[in-house]
Design a protein around this ligand. Structure first.
Ligand code: G6P
Length: 589
């Protein structure tokens, strides 16, 4: 949800920042903007749209201090004026921001003498800095004094014509520093996420909430009040190629195909860590799985898996609703947060609520150093490598595999679980060949002209139906709904018309017969039945085979749904990596 980047060094700053913004586009792509600190003024270009769609981004001075922003609009419409960077009255200060300033209206009332040129909350920051500088403070202190006035979540990077420093600060929204490697000593990067500068360095410092970084020919860290703090870089193991397309047309298909490896990578965990978390679950009096969007559906799948593998009841609540459960929380409650980015604001807020009640927190995340990971008592990494398409695919199946592994660990059957999950991973590897993709692509052509479709599943595959529906909504923009098979006849069946595509998610389990009966009921009303199942059935008008993997059926049944949404999006000329109105990392409530 908005990507920001700043650069200080000997390279051409605008090149580094433009390049970085293209890598951060998954965080928002309503508009973009770049500011280069030239001499004597700051040179700014901004435009509505995705920066990667622009052949000509305008010209900049060749200076080595620059900042940039790619926006997902929250406060203010999608216009050039509302695009970041935002400046003060004189244009001497420029600011990029990710997050939301909750008290900007009150602050704006105080700044009556200032002229505002946008509707955003961000612009308040540049004017506050200006006000502080006018009263005699230096740039660095002015930024500090400004950010202490802000309520809400923010990551801010600011530049000023009268200083060679770039000042960055974070509270609630992510911000990572990149420290130039030996070949490029004296150059520094600051960004919302590592891929923005990964091609230059893998030495990173994850800023903590309340940190300010002052970047010049070196880097200093302080708290919001100027007290020095020590932050040491760590080396991250992601390779540049993991964050690139590598010959694929889109990140989404690249990441779907990476599931040949990522399930195995997810289940390769330190045994001590798995046992530690399993022990926390077993000892808790009430465990909640919490996630948003696709991660929320993973939590629901997890609660079915814990029931059948470990005989354990686990609640599943979406992040935004969790605060309403505060009455049920005690210091014996455990919350397990599921998130690709580890930055989703609703899930972070759930953690804050839980912590106030003394609950323990575990997170299952894909981004090392993410806020969620650092707020948790313990964590498990998905090990999937960077996921860049807005909708989650490879991390989804990694998270399911991890929850399954935990369920086996809770049941005292971890070795059995490991063997089983390893065989599932092999079956996924075999499944995802070219012929498989062609079959789903053929199906996509058949359904691409429809505006509505329905997906049914029961038991473990009910949340898979919900996840399948999200995929068909967010990627090819089809009105899709997922139902528990049994619910269909209580209303939605009225919507079935001749040829309406309906997907039945089937596994070789206790509810198989009932799901097939539901499919028959739809077929009798003219529905076009697509079976995602280990075996063909005469009720299916189209069959997408999946390996027979018992309780792991959600893993293999989700994959054809991912492929179908991808290929249908291509048929409908939608951008699968950057669906309209969405952003990958939703850092606002
Ligand atoms: C956004 C994305 C979804 C994702 C959700 C949660 O809505 O579009 O694909 O599932 O955020 O993100 P998280 O990073 O917490 O998994």
């Amino acid at each position: 949800m908005c990507g920001i980047i700043g650069y200080v060094g000997n390279r051409n700053g605008s090149d580094v920042v433009i390049n970085g913004l293209k890598k951060l586009e998954y965080r928002g792509y309503d508009s973009w903007g770049v500011a280069v600190k030239g001499n004597p003024s700051i040179s700014i270009q901004k435009q509505v749209g995705k920066i990667s769609d622009f052949k000509d981004v305008g010209s900049f001075p060749s200076d080595g201090i620059a900042i940039g922003h790619t926006r997902w609009a929250t406060n203010g419409k999608v216009t050039k004026e509302n695009s970041h960077p935002h400046t003060c009255c004189t244009g001497k200060i420029a600011v990029v921001h990710n997050g939301i300033i909750e008290n900007y209206q009150e602050l704006k009332k105080e700044l009556v003498s200032h002229t505002f040129s946008s509707e955003t909350d961000t612009e308040i920051i540049s004017h506050l800095i200006e006000e502080n500088m006018d009263s005699g403070l230096g740039f660095e202190d002015s930024v500090r004094a400004a950010i202490t006035r802000l309520d809400g979540r923010f990551a801010v990077v600011a530049v000023c014509t009268s200083s060679d420093k770039v000042v960055a600060a974070r509270k609630g929204s992510p911000l990572v520093i990149g420290v130039g490697d030996c070949a490029h000593e004296g150059e520094f990067f600051v960004a919302s996420d590592i891929p923005a500068f990964l091609e230059y360095t893998n030495k990173v410092v994850f800023l903590e909430d309340g940190d300010v970084a002052i970047i010049h020919d070196g880097i200093r860290y302080s708290d919001f009040y100027g007290k020095r703090v020590e932050r040491l870089p760590t080396e991250i193991s992601w390779g540049v190629e993991q964050a690139e397309l590598n010959g694929h047309e889109h990140y989404m298909i690249k990441e779907i195909l990476e599931q040949k490896d990522t399930i195995r990578m997810a289940i390769t965990q330190e045994e001590d860590r798995i046992m530690r978390v399993a022990d926390m679950i077993n000892r808790s009096f009430g465990t909640f799985f919490i996630g948003c969007g696709t991660a929320g559906k993973v939590g629901s799948i997890g609660s079915y898996l814990f029931s059948s593998i470990a005989g354990k009841h686990v609640n599943c609540v979406v992040g935004s609703e969790f605060p309403n459960y505060h009455d049920f929380l005690t210091d014996k409650t455990l919350i397990v947060c599921i998130s690709q980015s580890g930055e989703t604001a609703d899930t972070l807020e759930a953690i804050e609520v839980a912590k106030k009640k003394g609950c323990k927190v575990v997170s299952i995340v894909n981004v090392m150093g993410s806020t969620m990971m650092r707020m948790s008592d313990d964590y498990i990494m998905c090990n999937s490598g960077p996921e860049k398409a807005v909708c989650s695919t490879k991390v989804t199946t990694a998270q399911i595999a991890i929850l399954m592994k935990l369920a086996y660990a809770c049941a005292g059957r971890l070795d059995e679980g490991n063997r089983f999950l390893s065989s599932v991973s092999t079956k996924v590897e075999i499944m995802l060949d070219d012929k498989y993709l062609e079959n789903v692509q053929f199906l996509a052509k058949r359904i691409a002209g429809h505006e509505s479709m329905y997906i049914i599943g029961r038991s473990h595959n009910y949340p898979v139906a919900l996840e399948g529906a999200i995929k068909m909504q967010e990627v090819p923009y089809i009105h899709a709904e997922g139902f528990a098979g049994g619910e269909l006849k209580h209303g939605p069946i009225a919507l079935i018309q001749n040829g309406t595509p309906c997907i039945a998610l089937v596994a070789n389990d206790d509810v198989k017969k009932d799901t097939i009966i539901n499919a028959l009921e739809i077929k009798s009303r003219g529905g076009f039945i697509i079976g995602i199942a280990p075996e063909n059935n005469e009720v299916f008008d189209f069959w997408v085979p999946v390996p027979d993997v018992g309780l792991a059926s959600p893993i293999v049944n989700i994959i054809p749904m991912q492929l179908l949404s991808y290929f249908t999006a291509l048929e409908r000329k939608c951008d699968p990596d950057k669906p309209r109105n969405l952003a990958k990392s939703v850092t606002v409530k």
